[in-house]
Design a protein around this ligand. Structure first.
Ligand code: PGA
Length: 252
């Protein structure tokens, strides 16, 4: 089902105490706002998942992980399995983030495996895609995004694909303060939806939530979210400040 989603990707930030404080500020804000139309997701590092899922029982947000192993279980030192996440109450997981593709060489094949394992364990993947600056400058952004979808999540069967969330994150906009214009975001989101319609049919395309990510903040969220194919945001830097994050949630 197509939903409005605002997800905070904390990346590798915050100590235990800072995480505790941030969650509490967000919980207070959510309680005050008492909004029901936006699904709020907090994606802290693994170490704070337990605290975040504990607090979630008293609040109106869901919890996401930032990564998951492409293996089911076993001798994979340092890895975290989908079924471990599920057993802690995690409901979403980011996969294919450009930082993981770049620094940790996450491959498309692994991304398909991760998506399948997550879905098998009732966790919704948030699949990230997006072009780098030279690709946009060469007007290749549509080809790049199509390839990323085709090589990873378009391998899923329709029932599985129908559950995933897509995040379009132009890499040149991530953490740079340069955001895509509302028109650039809408154009790409509409294109992604058309690719989904081609592959899985109009109904699934209509129901897929497509989030925008990349320097989305309290100032520009409203304009971005006003577009018909932008169903919310994957927020990095601005999700680390409760006031900004709450304002973004309030931007719909
Ligand atoms: P940013 O990051 O909002 O700091 O640009 C977004 C992301 O990487 O998901």
């Amino acid at each position: 089902m197509r939903r409005k989603i605002v997800a905070g990707n904390w990346k590798m930030n915050n100590t235990f105490q800072e995480a505790d404080e941030l969650i509490n500020e967000i919980m207070d804000g959510l309680e005050e706002a008492n909004q029901k139309s936006v699904n709020v997701v907090l994606c802290p590092p693994f170490t704070f998942l337990e605290m975040t899922t504990d607090y979630a029982q008293e609040s109106d947000y869901a919890v996401g992980a930032q990564n998951v192993s492409c293996h089911d279980a076993g001798a994979y030192t340092g890895e975290v399995a989908a079924k471990m996440l599920e057993s802690m109450g995690v409901e979403y997981c980011i996969i294919g983030h450009s930082e993981r593709r770049k620094y940790f060489h996450e491959t498309d094949k692994e991304l398909t495996q991760k998506a399948e394992l997550l879905l098998k364990n009732n966790i919704l993947p948030i699949f990230c895609c997006g072009e780098i600056l030279p690709e946009r400058e060469a007007a290749k952004q549509f080809d790049v995004v199509k390839q990323q979808l085709t090589d990873a999540v378009f391998n899923l069967d329709p029932l599985d694909f129908a559950k995933i969330i897509i995040a379009y994150e132009p890499v040149w906009a991530i953490g740079t303060g340069v955001t895509a214009t509302p028109m650039q975001a809408q154009e790409m989101h509409a294109y992604i939806r058309s690719l989904i319609a081609e592959k899985y049919g109009k109904e699934i395309a209509k129901n897929t939530s497509i989030l925008y990510g990349g320097s989305c903040n309290a100032e520009n969220a409203k304009e971005l979210f006003a577009n018909p194919d932008v169903d919310g945001g994957l927020i990095g830097g601005a999700s680390l400040k409760a006031k900004d994050f709450l304002k973004i949630i309030d931007s719909f």
